[in-house]
Design a protein around this ligand. Structure first.
Ligand SMILES: [Fe+2]
Ligand SMILES: [Fe+2]
Length: 148
């Protein structure tokens, strides 16, 4: 699996978890908590692994630096919102309002990576580099999952 396929696989899983959370009954607090925690862990690990592999390798290249920095800034914003949500009562109106904003930002972010950054990155990485980074992101994610 190359880096593009690996990232896309995570993105699909993030979208699937958002969809699952949205599809739960309004009073199903237990499963809402469970799916949200799963989504949060995946998102944080995905961002971290992406930063340490994909973006780390990209930011040296002038063609992609601007978009790359923008994406990293968004990672930071998602983390900040997730921290703010920890101080809110899960399932409260405010919590869902904040979640809706985060959901919008996340979906927009994933789309920007796939639509805007991938085409640029495909010009930067050779086939071999894309393959090596794909292996590397799998290792980094494995390490993050093991330590959490
Ligand atoms: Fe990202
Ligand atoms: Fe991503």
């Amino acid at each position: 699996m190359d880096i593009f396929e690996a990232i896309e696989q995570d993105h699909q899983e993030i979208r699937r978890l958002i969809h699952r959370l949205r599809g739960l009954e309004e009073d199903d607090r237990a499963n809402q908590d469970k799916v949200f925690e799963e989504l949060k862990a995946l998102l944080l690990h995905h961002h971290e692994a992406e930063e340490r592999t994909f973006f780390h390798a990209l930011l040296d290249d002038e063609k992609v630096r601007h978009e790359g920095m923008h994406a990293l800034q968004e990672h930071g914003e998602h983390k900040k919102v997730l921290e703010q949500m920890e101080d809110m009562r899960p399932g409260s109106d405010n919590w869902w309002k904040r979640f809706a904003e985060l959901e919008h930002d996340i979906l927009h972010h994933l789309e920007e990576e796939e639509e805007d950054i991938f085409p640029l990155a495909r010009k930067v990485f050779s086939k071999q580099e894309a393959d090596d980074l794909g292996t590397r992101i799998g290792q980094v994610k494995g390490g993050l999952n093991a330590s959490s």
